[in-house]
Design a protein around this ligand. Structure first.
Ligand SMILES: O=C(O)C(=O)[C@H](O)CO
Ligand code: MG
Length: 260
């Protein structure tokens, strides 16, 4: 049975961010993820997580100035110092939460630009080597161009080839089914092919990015497929609830209270 992680950036928005840990635990989640913890004191994040008996499945490394439109800087050659600093910033949060995987964002750049490609390989390698002694994986997530135009990492095949080429044991793929369906389709076959390099999975309905209970994909089939494939990681619920978060959790009822 998949282990679902509530995404506290998108879900439980009825309450302030720090109160969403408790809301998720009360709804039956045993794990959480979120985009960024950096606006909150590290001790407070750890307290809310552990105080509610939750496991931290994932969060993102600092993306630069998110409000100004930055989406990371791993592929931006002139931002390597910022990249290095971002790893240092994230480390205390990783320690406090015990998280085992962090998402490194690529940034807005042209994938065909050799300088951006070289910068991305260098940043990815540096980040993975930085976190390896801490037992933490670095995950790379292709994003679709409708949600994030001009994002460097916009192709699952490209991400797979780079991960396989670099051969860094703690470098994995973040397989967001929502993005995969929009970018390429054929989700089941891609899951089967990319499972050996997959470190995290995320879900939402397509095209609306709501609860995974309607629209283009048959999620119960995909959840069973993850089990058939022996996927032992987390499935992040990265969706915008249609209404009140708890009113949209009928899909989750059979899975509530899974092992952490
Ligand atoms: O957009 C997504 O799907 C993500 O998972 C990123 O972390 C958001 O930046
Ligand atoms: Mg995602």
């Amino acid at each position: 049975m998949p282990r679902f992680a509530a995404n506290l950036t998108l879900m439980f928005n009825e309450v302030p961010f720090l109160d969403r840990f408790e809301a998720a635990a009360k709804a039956g989640f045993t794990a959480v993820e979120f985009l960024f913890p950096y606006a909150y004191p590290v001790e407070e994040i750890g307290k809310r997580l552990h105080g509610n008996g939750l496991t931290q499945a994932l969060f993102n490394l600092p993306p630069g100035n998110w409000d100004a439109g930055e989406k990371g800087f791993a592929a931006l050659p002139e931002r390597f110092d910022d990249l290095k600093q971002s790893l240092v910033t994230a480390l205390p949060y990783a320690r406090a939460t015990g998280v085992k995987r962090l998402h490194l964002m690529a940034g807005l750049a042209d994938r065909k630009d050799p300088k951006a490609l070289a910068a991305f390989r260098k940043s990815v390698t540096h980040a993975a080597e930085f976190f390896a002694p801490h037992g933490i994986d670095v995950v790379l997530e292709p994003l679709n161009a409708r949600n994030t135009p001009n994002y460097f990492l916009n192709d699952f095949g490209f991400a797979r080839d780079m991960i396989q080429d670099l051969k860094i044991p703690n470098l994995k793929l973040q397989f967001d089914i929502y993005h995969c369906q929009i970018l390429h389709g054929d989700v089941t076959m891609r899951l089967r092919e990319m499972m050996p390099i997959t470190g995290h999975v995320q879900i939402a309905s397509i095209p609306s990015r709501h609860e995974p209970d309607d629209e283009e994909l048959n999620y119960p089939f995909l959840f069973a497929e993850l089990d058939r494939l022996g996927y032992d990681g987390f499935v992040g619920c990265e969706y915008n609830p249609r209404g009140k978060t708890t009113d949209g959790l009928a899909w989750f009822k059979p899975y509530a209270g899974a092992r952490p």
